[in-house]
Design a protein around this ligand. Sequence first.
Ligand code: TXA
Ligand code: MG
Length: 328
Amino acid sequence: MSAKSAPVLPAASGVAEAAAVLRSGGLVAFPTETVYGLGANALDARAAARIFEAKARPSFDPLITHLADVADLTALVGALPPIVAALAERFWPGPLTLIVDRPPAVPPIVTSGLDTMAVRIPDHPVARELIRRAGLPVAAPSANRFGMLSPTRAEHVVAGLGDAVDLILDGGPTRCGIESTIVDARGDQPVVLRLGSLAVEALVEAVGPVSVRPGSSGQPVAPGTLAAHYAPRTPLRVVDAPVPARPDDGTRGYLALREAPEGAYGAVEVLAPDGDLTGAAARLFDALHRLDATGVTEIVAERVPDSGLGRAINDRLRRAAATWQTSG
Ligand code: TXA
Ligand code: MG
C-alpha cells in the first residue's frame, strides 16, 4: 500500500462524481454483487490500458465489459444467439458473464485481441447506476493486483490498489463474494469457462446440460482460470477433512467451513457454522484477506462439499494452493 490512496466516497453520494471520472478516461473502483471491480470506459483504448497498468495485468488477459441493461448489449452487438439470450433473460442482472462477438466499437485491447467479448449486467444498484450515469460500457476486472485475492470490501481495494485508481466507491461488503460464472453459450451446449457465483446446477436447470471446462476454452486461456490465481500472500494448503492443531501450529492459520478445529492455531476463520455454501462463498475472500493480515506462516484450508457454490469455493482454494506449489 502506498502513502496516498484515492478518495473513498460512500457509494450513494459518490456515484455522480464517479461517472464523471469514467467519462473522462479515469479509473473507478466500484462494488458489484460479486466482488469490487476496477472500471474504465470500455470504448476508450487508453482508459482500458490504464486498467492493465494499475493491476500489473498481462495484456493477454481480457476484461469483462459491464452494462446496465440487455438493451444496451443488443444495441452494441445485435441479436444474441439463442442460448445466450435465454441465459441473459433468466440470470441478468446477476453473477453470470456471457461470451459474445466483440463489437467494432470496443477496442481490441479490452478483449486482449480476441474476437469475442465477455459481458455481464451486475446485480448491484450502485454498479448499474454508475454505468447508466456514465452512459458507457464499463470494462472492469476485479479490483486487485493480478493474481491476488479479489476484493469484497472497499478496504481491500484501498489496501491493494488504492494508489493506482482515481476514485473508490464504498458500497460495503459484496453479497456473493466470488466472481461471476463465465459461460460461452454461443454453440449448442454451453461451456462453463470459470466457476463462480452462479451455481452450475442453476445453469443446468435453466438450459439443460453444460460442460465445465475451466481453462480449456478461451484462446488464449482465460487467466482467471489459470492453475495459479486468486492467491493470498501467505502459502495455502488444502485439506480434505478437519485437521486438529499440533503443538507447533500456533504460527499457522486455519480456514474452516463449519467449526474451528481442535487445538490452538494462530488464527482461525469459520466460513459458515450452518454449512451454507452460499454464505461461505460470500465470506471466502474476506476470511482469506483477514488470515493474510495476521502474519501466519501458512493457511490450512478445508475443502468444502463439491456442490452448488462449493464448486467455486474449491476451485478458488485449489488455485490459491497451486500458486504456492508452483512458486515455492
Ligand atoms: O464477478 C466478476 O466477474 C468480476 C466483477 C468485477 O464483475 N470481474 C472479474 O473480472 O472477475 P476479472 O478480470 O478478474 O476476470 C475476468 C475473466 C478473466 O479470467 C478473463 O480471462 C476472462 O474473464 N475473459 C474475459 N474475456 C474473455 C473472453 N472473450 N473469452 C474467455 N474468457 C474471457
Ligand atoms: Mg480477477
